[in-house]
Design a protein around this ligand. Structure first.
Ligand code: KIV
Ligand code: ZN
Length: 515
């Protein structure tokens, strides 16, 4: 019998630690539902002690998710573990993931603790977490740079204390597949009680090896992989879920474990949703979920694929959701069809009024755009949620003049804290002029780090999805906006970012911050 490979998704926790990728409670719930449809085993929903918002988001995910286990992260501290236990109280199946650093550099420079103290704290934390649930995961942070003997000692102690999953993180993405696989093998062989826990890995992508390292670990006995949709995560990100899953499924001949429990046709939907909510675009040549992943440009390839698909294709596009996503709606589609399609995409509204509002937006869009695809619907709902949250600043009207030989000009009206304001500005282009006019009114003092436009679907009537990244006082936020008019989409994205940067929400970082 082949073992099952446990897929632990940490898009909502480690993914959210990417600068600017923070998500609201509603957004986390939407992504969690999409992950549940993909049937991932564990959803790490956040770090509950980071802020009230994080606590409530984990709690909300724990309330709605029934089939996947919901996990909360906690440092090896009583207050973190109690907060995680509280947030997960209503989960059908809950896991607490507690961690403490074990590498010499982290223990000395970050924790300022002796190795013996680290072992003691790890034991105490696992025992404390067991008071809330039997399902406790322990991670020796920076295991990838820890000394093997010490790692064996901590892990053995954590298992004796009651940890049922031992996660080995390559926190700084320092490892190389052959050696990382060997590390997992050594740990399993040398730790006397290793058979009482499932070994897991959590690899960062600093050297572009997160997926390779994770797969090497699986070949050496790891039976849980921690990963994120689109490889989102700190710095260069985590191992991409879609790549891990499709590698293991495609090379059944090599991997001694199965992923038959997953519904891989949901992969693309998850990818699009995460990209649209975070504003992190997916590069066209990204494996599995990039626009070109299954496109055949060269004549030789096309000819081969037409004669026999397997000549150049190792996976079927439809198995990861490519064809399912082409469902088209138009201006003649009725409310029921709209509601049904949204439901299939995992989007449900608490109140009928919200559905009516979304349907009105859909009709407005259908007047401008002939065919509406699933991605348009996702963007439409993201947009509606953004507006509902944009309490402070809202766009009322925008007019731009762009003419050859003339200086581009924008005039813009907004509502800020209930009061209407208008301003005009010139700029290098219409978008620049619109942003300058907004700054005349808001005077945020923030720095623009990134401006990017992506078309959501194809065609010149496609909606443009704009991401704006702003930085102020060390804080980085992303704003998104979508519209068939990209100047309007840009203004919406800038306003969304301004609302985030002006909000006072402060959150702690699990690995560096002090609560
Ligand atoms: O990268 C890391 O070490 C982590 C831990 C909290 C598991 O994210
Ligand atoms: Zn991590």
């Amino acid at each position: 019998m082949t073992d099952k490979l446990i897929i632990f998704d940490t898009t909502l926790r480690d993914g959210e630690q990417s600068p600017g990728a923070s998500m609201t409670k509603e957004e986390k719930v939407r992504i969690a539902k999409a992950l549940e449809r993909l049937r991932v085993d564990v959803i790490e929903a956040g770090f509950p002690i980071a802020s009230v918002g994080d606590f409530e988001a984990v709690q909300a995910v724990a309330r709605v998710i029934k089939d996947s286990t919901v996990c909360g992260l906690a440092r090896a501290l009583d207050k973190d573990i109690e907060r995680a236990g509280e947030a997960l109280k209503e989960a059908n199946s809950a896991r607490i993931h507690t961690f403490i650093a074990t590498s010499p550099i982290h223990m000395k420079m970050k924790l300022r603790m002796e190795p013996d103290q680290v072992v003691e704290q790890a034991i105490k934390a696992v025992k404390k977490a067991r008071q809330f649930t039997d399902n406790v995961e322990f991670s020796p942070e920076d295991a990838g740079r820890s000394e093997l003997d010490f790692l064996c000692r901590v892990v053995e102690a954590a298992i004796s204390a009651g940890a049922r999953t031992i996660n080995i993180p390559d926190t700084v993405g320092y490892n190389i597949p052959h050696y990382f696989g060997e590390l997992i093998r050594q740990l399993r062989e040398r730790i006397p009680n290793s058979d009482q826990a499932i070994f897991s890995v959590h690899c960062h992508n600093d050297l572009g090896l997160a997926v390779g390292n994770s797969l090497a670990a699986v070949l050496n006995g790891a039976r849980q992989v921690e990963c994120t949709i689109n490889g989102l995560g700190e710095r260069a990100g985590n191992a991409a879920l879609e790549e891990i899953v499709m590698a293991v499924k495609t090379r059944k001949d090599i991997f001694p474990c199965s992923l038959d429990h997953l519904d891989t046709t949901q992969i693309l939907n998850c990818s699009r949703l995460v990209s649209s909510i975070t504003g992190f675009p997916v590069q066209p040549n990204k494996a599995i979920v990039g626009a070109n992943a299954f496109a055949h440009e060269s004549g030789i390839h096309q000819d081969g694929v037409l004669k026999s698909r397997e000549t150049y294709e190792i996976m079927r596009a439809e198995d990861v959701g490519w064809t399912a996503n082409r469902m088209v709606m138009g201006k003649h589609s009725g409310r029921n069809a709209f509601r049904t399609r949204l439901k299939e995409l995992g989007i449900e509204f608490a109140a009928e009024a919200q559905l009516n509002e979304a349907f009105a937006r859909f009709k407005e869009l259908a007047d401008k755009k002939h065919e509406i695809f699933d991605d348009d619907l996702q963007a439409l709902v993201t947009e509606a949620n953004l507006e509902a949250e944009n309490e402070s600043i809202q766009l009322i009207a925008l007019k731009v003049c762009s003419e050859t030989g003339e200086v581009p000009h924008a005039s813009i009206s907004i509502r800020m804290d209930g009061v209407e304001h208008s301003a005009v500005a010139d700029g290098g282009g219409p978008v620049d002029a619109a942003f300058k006019a907004l700054e005349v009114m808001v005077n945020s003092g923030s720095q623009l780090l990134l401006y990017s436009v992506n078309n959501i679907t194809t065609g010149t009537d496609a909606q443009g999805e704009v991401t704006v990244r702003l930085q102020k006082d060390g804080r980085i936020v992303n704003g998104q906006g979508a519209d068939t008019d990209i100047v309007i989409a840009s203004a919406k994205a800038y306003i969304n970012a301004l609302n985030k940067i002006l909000s006072k929400v402060q959150r702690a970082h699990p690995q560096t911050g002090n609560v």
